[in-house]
Design a protein around this ligand. Structure first.
Ligand code: N01
Length: 560
C-alpha cells in the first residue's frame, strides 16, 4: 500500500453503513467496548438504500417487520407511514437509528474501500480507501449487502448512445424527468416491475425489453392510519417473536394447508383472497408451493390467468404470461399496476426471446431482426452481481491469496459468515446465508449478534486469530445445495440465486434455503460447542488450533 498514506489503527473496521453495518458498529462499540468504525462509500447512511433511489423504489417486506427488533425503545420511537416502506422513508429510518445511537461520529463517509489485506506478520487487517488512507484493525466485518454491485450488461454500443442512461441501483440523487421522452427499459425483475408503471406515467413512450417473463402479484400498498401504527408500537414483543419464528423472517405465518388437499374451487377461492390481500403473503397461502411442482403449478396458473385477464392485447398478454420457471423459484416480484401498464397506448413490450438486442446505437436499441427502437433515455433494471459481487469488489487478500482467486470455482463460506484463509473476518449476509430468501433486517440482526458473540468469545479467551476450516466450509456449501434441492428454487436455472445473470460467474446456488429458524439453531449450536468449524490461534502461540486442540487448551487451563 502507498508509502505516503497515513495509517490509523482501530480494534474493528466495518465496511458499509446500511442495516448491517449500523447495527454491527453499535454492538461492537457499545456492547463490547471496541474502538470500531465504519467505512462507507456513500455520503450518508442507508447502504443499498442510499443508492437505490429509482422512482417507485419501495421494499417488498411489510413495514411492521422491516426494522430492527433489538431495542424496544427504538421500535417505539419510529412509525412507518405505509404498508411497504418507500426508499426515502427507509433512509429516514436509518438516519433516525444512526442519530439515536450516535453512530455517525464513527462513520467515515465518502470512503470507498479499494483493498483489504490480512498482514500475516501482524495478524491485522489493512484496509485501504480510494484516497490512499490505510486503516488497520484486528477485526474486519463486511456489511456490503447482497444486492449492491450493479449489473450493467455488456451490450455493444452503449457508449455511443446519444441519450441519457441509468441503472436503477445507481439512480441520480436529483429527480430525473422523463416527460415527453421516449424511454427504453431493459429488465423485468422486481425492480423493472416496480419502476415501469411510474416511467409510463410521464414518458411520451415506454418500450420494455423483456428477456424472461415474470410472475407478479399486486402489492396493495396503502397508507397506515394511526390506529395501526399504535398497534404496531404496542405489539413489539409479539412482532419480534413472530419475525424470529417464521422461516423467512416475515411478519406472517406460512399456512399449513397443502394445495392439493383442498378442492379446486376452495383453492381458487384461497388464491383470490390472497391476490386481494396482495404482497409476498401470496407465497404463503399453501405450505407446499415451493416444494411440490403440482402445488406450484396451481399458483403459477392462477397468476398467468390473471395476467391474461388484465392485459387486453392477447399477443402482449401471451408474451407476459409465457413464464418458464415455477412461481417464486426466482424472487417473486410484487407490483402496483404493472400488468395494467401494458394497456396504455404509450407502452410497448418487446420480447427479446424472439428478437434479441443486437446493439445499442446512438438513436436507441437495434434488435437482431434489424428493427430499431428510437429512444431518448435508457433505463437498466438489470439487477446486481448478487452476493459475491460486493465482496469481490473489495479486493480482499487473506492469509494466502486474493478472494477473487480463492472463489474462482464459486464462493466457499462457512455459514455465510466466515471464509477459510481469511482470519478475523466476518461477512454479514454472505453467500451461504439465508439473507436474500428472508426479510433482510431479521437475518441481519441474527448475523450481527452471532458475529458479536464470536468476537467477544475470542476476546475473553485471548484468541489472536479465528478462521473457518476448509472442511467445515465445504460441508456448509454442500448443505446449502441440499437445502435448495428439496425446494423448486434450483429449477430457475437463469436466476441470480445461481449467479446465472453474470456472464462467466460460477454456477453455485448461493442463498441458504433451509429457513432462518433452522439456520439460527445451526449457528447457535456451533457457538455453544466452542465454535465448531473454526480454528484458533492463541496469543503468543504459533500453532493454529482446531476445535479439539482448542478444547484441550481450555482443559489444560492455558487459556482462560
Ligand atoms: O434484478 P433481477 P432486480 N438483456 O436480476 C434482465 C431485490 N429487490 O433489480 O430474467 C436483457 O431480478 C433480467 O432478465 P433475465 C430483490 O431481491 C427488492 O429486478 O435474466 N435483459 C431480469 O428481467 C430482487 O430479486 C425490491 O432473463 C437483461 C432483469 O434484467 C433483487 O433485488 C425491489 C439483461 C433483472 O432482474 C434484484 O432485482 C427491487 C440483458 N443483458 C429489487 N441482463 C424490493 O424489496 C439482465 N436482464 C422492493
Amino acid at each position: 500500500m502507498g508509502e505516503n498514506s497515513k495509517t490509523t489503527a482501530f480494534d474493528a473496521i466495518v465496511i458499509g453503513a446500511g442495516f448491517s453495518g449500523l447495527y454491527q458498529l453499535h454492538r461492537l462499540r457499545d456492547d463490547l467496548g471496541l474502538d470500531a468504525i465504519i467505512l462507507e462509500r456513500g455520503e450518508g447512511v442507508g447502504g443499498t438504500w442510499y443508492w437505490n433511489r429509482y422512482p417507485g423504489a419501495r421494499c417488498d417486506s411489510e413495514s411492521q417487520g422491516y426494522a430492527y427488533f433489538f431495542s424496544r425503545a427504538l421500535h417505539e420511537s419510529w412509525q412507518w407511514s405505509e404498508r411497504y416502506p418507500g426508499h426515502t422513508e427507509i433512509r429516514q429510518y436509518l438516519n433516525h437509528v444512526a442519530d439515536r445511537l450516535d453512530l455517525k461520529k464513527d462513520i467515515f463517509f465518502s470512503s470507498l474501500v479499494s483493498k483489504c489485506t490480512f498482514q500475516v506478520d501482524e495478524n491485522l487487517w489493512h484496509v485501504q480507501v480510494k484516497d490512499g488512507q490505510v486503516y488497520k484493525a484486528k477485526w474486519l466485518v463486511t456489511a456490503v449487502g447482497c444486492l449492491s454491485s450493479a449489473n450493467i450488461p455488456d451490450i455493444s454500443g452503449l457508449s455511443s448512445f446519444s441519450g441519457d442512461w441509468y441503472h436503477t441501483g445507481r439512480w441520480p440523487h436529483e429527480a430525473v424527468d422523463f416527460k415527453d421522452k421516449k424511454v427504453g427499459q431493459i429488465g423485468t425483475g422486481s425492480t423493472g416491475i416496480q419502476i415501469a408503471p411510474i416511467i409510463a406515467d410521464t414518458a411520451a413512450h415506454l418500450t420494455i425489453f423483456q428477456r424472461t417473463a415474470n410472475y407478479s402479484v399486486p402489492a396493495r400498498n396503502a397508507a397506515w392510519d394511526k390506529s395501526y401504527s399504535d398497534w404496531v408500537r404496542e405489539h413489539y414483543l409479539d412482532l419480534k417473536a413472530l419475525v424470529q419464528s417464521t422461516p423467512n423472517g416475515h411478519p406472517f405465518r406460512i399456512s399449513s394447508n397443502l394445495a392439493m388437499e383442498v378442492s379446486d374451487a376452495e383453492r381458487n377461492e384461497m388464491f383470490e383472497r390472497a391476490w386481494e390481500k396482495g404482497g409476498l403473503r401470496f407465497r404463503s397461502v399453501f405450505h407446499d408451493l415451493l416444494n411440490s411442482s403440482q402445488a406450484n403449478n396451481t399458483a403459477a396458473e392462477f397468476i398467468k390467468s390473471k395476467i391474461r385477464k388484465i392485459v387486453k392485447n392477447p399477443e402482449t398478454a401471451h408474451t407476459l404470461s409465457d413464464i418458464d420457471h415455477p412461481y417464486a423459484a426466482k424472487r417473486p416480484p410484487i407490483d402496483t399496476n404493472y400488468f395494467e401498464t401494458f394497456n396504455k397506448q404509450s407502452v410497448t413490450l418487446v420480447d427479446l426471446k424472439v428478437d434479441p438486442i443486437s446493439e445499442i446505437i446512438p438513436s436507441g436499441v437495434l434488435l437482431k431482426s434489424g428493427a430499431e427502437h428510437k429512444l431518448d433515455a435508457l433505463v437498466f433494471a438489470t439487477g446486481f452481481d448478487a452476493m459475491t459481487g460486493p465482496l469481490l469488489n473489495l479486493d480482499i487478500t487473506g492469509r494466502t491469496e486474493p478472494l477473487t482467486d480463492y472463489w474462482r470455482a464459486g464462493p466457499l463460506s462457512y455459514l455465510g459468515l466466515a471464509i477459510p484463509n481469511f482470519p478475523n473476518m466476518f461477512t454479514i449476509t454472505g453467500p451461504g446465508s439465508p439473507s436474500v430468501l428472508t426479510n433482510m433486517p431479521v437475518s441481519i440482526e441474527q448475523h450481527v449478534d452471532w458475529i458479536t458473540d464470536c468476537i467477544n468469545f475470542c476476546m475473553q479467551n485471548d484468541v489472536e486469530t479465528i478462521e473457518a476450516e476448509v472442511g467445515a466450509a465445504e460441508g456448509w456449501v454442500a448443505h446449502v445445495r441440499e437445502a435448495a434441492d428439496v425446494t423448486l428454487l434450483p429449477e430457475a436455472k437463469n436466476s441470480w440465486y445461481w449467479g446465472a445473470n453474470i456472464p462467466g460467474k460460477p454456477r453455485v446456488f448461493m442463498p441458504y434455503a433451509g429457513g432462518l429458524v433452522r439456520y439460527r439453531e445451526i449457528c447457535e449450536s456451533a457457538a455453544r460447542d466452542g465454535y465448531t468449524g473454526f480454528s484458533f490461534l492463541q496469543r503468543g502461540h504459533k500453532k493454529i488450533m482446531n476445535k479439539l486442540d482448542y478444547q484441550q487448551w481450555l482443559y489444560d487451563g492455558l487459556g482462560v
